[in-house]
Write a protein that binds this ligand. Structure first.
Ligand SMILES: NC(=O)c1ccc[n+]([C@@H]2O[C@H](COP(=O)([O-])OP(=O)(O)OC[C@H]3O[C@@H](n4cnc5c(N)ncnc54)[C@H](O)[C@@H]3O)[C@@H](O)[C@H]2O)c1
Length: 353
């Protein structure tokens, strides 16, 4: 395939704009069509981003016109839309996070894609950018020595501080763990390998939430998912990880991600973004210093890099890519297991005498 890969967006909301800007800066792909359950949204999006075709779903999922379908809708519709794209024979399907809302749904999706010979990719693609690539190069070169432990912290006062419609962030299938956990857990598994076992604890210390921004400021709603979750994870390589995801805390000075090896510790910037500095402190040193950044293999940098990586594989420029459906399915399982472990801990935890 020498022409640019033809991308079709399904879902033309907030995040689709970021993708469109990244893809527009690449000559390897072209944003050929878009669809949305709200056709007016698709029409407005097409006008703003110069998309030549607004289609309904049936027309969009035509392998004669689409090489990669990008599923950018809310989480509950990810799996059904991705299945429809796989059934239609679209060669590449890329899904925003979370890949699916349950481990069995994620497994069905990866199996259907494998059976159909479809390349399934999934967000987040921040692991392809400089910070995570820099950390991975240092780990692979042995700069950190043997990996002993890691910690990850997403500690915030919740989206109702800034978002005028924050209820979906607190829905039963969301909460801080399911909504933001994919960024942290995808980085951790990319850097440290698969997670093998899990201990969890959660609270809903602030069940009633007050909207602080926009025309509905002052209105109160009820959170449907735990608002503060802590997990202790162990990787297949026996590194231990602590991860806390919270919508209940005023703030923190803890780093987003910290990885400790026998020879050095590194800290990474926010894994929700594609930029920032990685710092290292060697055992015995008194100071932190920046790690020399690794140039990302894929440009332009930004949300949508995962689609560029998928196009590279489909068009034979690369043989493998990191943002796989399988990795995303593993993260879906880890999140589900943390919730189950937290629920079980309320009855099985050892009580201090
Ligand atoms: N907004 C963000 O900051 C952000 C950041 C990273 C990832 N994401 C992820 O991106 C995805 C989309 O989030 P968003 O913020 O863009 O949402 P959004 O609500 O702004 O947009 C979603 C769009 O999808 C359309 N849609 C809904 N169901 C559909 C269906 N069945 N078929 C076709 N179109 C449908 C809606 O009409 C809407 O236009 C979510 O999975 C979210 O987790 C969002």
């Amino acid at each position: 395939m020498s022409r640019p890969a033809r991308i079709a967006f399904i879902g033309c909301g907030m995040i689709a704009g970021e993708y469109a800007r990244t893809l527009a800066a690449s000559s390897e792909v072209t944003l050929a069509a878009c669809a949305d359950a709200n056709r007016d949204a698709a029409v407005a999006f097409a006008r703003q981003h110069h998309v030549p075709r607004v289609a309904d779903m049936a027309d969009l999922l035509d392998p004669a016109a689409t090489d990669i379908a990008a599923v950018l809708t809310p989480p509950a519709s990810h799996a059904p839309i991705a299945h429809a794209a796989i059934r239609a024979g679209i060669p590449g399907v890329y899904v925003e996070k979370p890949l699916a809302t349950s481990p069995s749904q994620a497994r069905d999706l990866t199996q259907a894609a494998a059976k159909a010979g479809v390349l399934l990719g999934a967000a987040p693609d921040t692991i392809l950018a400089t910070p995570t690539q820099t950390a991975r190069a240092a780990i692979e070169a042995g700069v950190l020595g043997r990996i002993v432990a890691a910690s990850a912290n997403y500690l915030t006062p919740g989206p109702e501080r800034w978002h005028p419609r924050p209820e979906p962030f607190h829905a039963a299938e969301a909460g801080p763990l399911a909504d933001m956990g994919p960024y942290y857990l995808t980085s951790l598994t990319y850097l440290l390998g698969l997670i093998e076992c899990v201990v969890g604890a959660s609270t809903d210390s602030q069940l009633y939430r007050t909207i602080r921004a926009g025309p509905r400021a002052g209105q109160v709603f009820t959170a449907g998912a735990p608002t503060h979750v802590t997990a202790l994870l162990r990787t297949a390589n026996a590194a231990t990880i602590t991860f806390t995801a919270s919508f209940d805390l005023a703030g923190t000075l803890s780093p987003h991600l910290e990885i400790h090896g026998s020879k050095a510790t590194i800290t990474l910037p926010d894994p929700n973004f594609h930029a920032g500095e990685v710092q290292i402190r060697m055992a015995g040193d008194r100071h932190w210093q920046p790690l020399p950044p690794t140039t990302p293999a894929i440009t332009p940098v930004g949300r949508g890099m995962g689609i560029l990586a998928l196009a590279d594989v489909l068009q034979g420029r690369q043989s493998a890519f990191a943002c796989t459906g399988q990795s995303a399915a593993h993260v879906t399982s880890v999140i589900d297991t943390i919730y189950r472990a937290a629920a079980a801990a309320s009855t099985t935890a050892l009580h201090v005498s």
